[in-house]
Design a protein around this ligand. Sequence first.
Ligand code: PGA
Length: 253
Amino acid sequence: MTNKLVYFIGNWKMFGDLTSIKVIKNVEKFYKGFVKYNKKNKIVFCVPDTLINFLTKNLKSKRISIGAQDCHHYSDYGAFTGSVNASMLKNSGAKYVILGHSEKRFEGDTNKLIKKKIESALKKKLTVVFCIGETSKEKKYKKTFSVLKKQIADSIDKKFDFKKIIIAYEPVWSIGTGNVPKSHDLRNIFKFIKKYFKSNYKVKSSPPVLYGGSVNERNISMFPKISEINGFLIGGSSQSAKKFIAIIKNYYK
Ligand code: PGA
């Protein structure tokens, strides 16, 4: 198990209303005791924009943060019906934003557009959780490494503030399917991503790299031994306090 900070970032997707605060309150209650003997972790819930301000105002623990799941690439106000920019997210209390999620890529986000979104989020001092990952077809044709390389190269600029960037490796074929990659493959992929950052971006150490895709309270036990993994982006299982807490507990078992 790693001695470094471990992230547990929930991605609520299109889930949650005002009553969903009970999920976060329950996690907060558990975490208050837990953090006394294990401080090397960080919890974030990336929620729909409609809940950011409400949840931020009602959170007591500074060790739990609220984030968003996307932002518009334009950082000022503008004629973009239905859109929310990074500055508005920041103003409502968000500290993090997920960008490049495959579900947004399916809706049309290109590497180039994601780069603009990252730029605008960093400008507003949000921490970016930048998602990358190959589809099952790309995996089948052994294109995983070239896909990841292109996603990073096309969206991450050398001038970016790397202290504000977290990478989330989320194989598309794993999201919501119950299938997770083999430990051996994960180790190779995480090594590749970290090495790529060190050699191409002149950073002393790579940004943290998280794993995402069907993480649950059972399969979490396979991850502690993969020391290259700096945490998790958790979708479905983050919508339940019971599951989310069990993931954290079982990771440290
Ligand atoms: P999942 O989603 O945990 O439900 O597979 C992960 C994600 O989409 O970030």
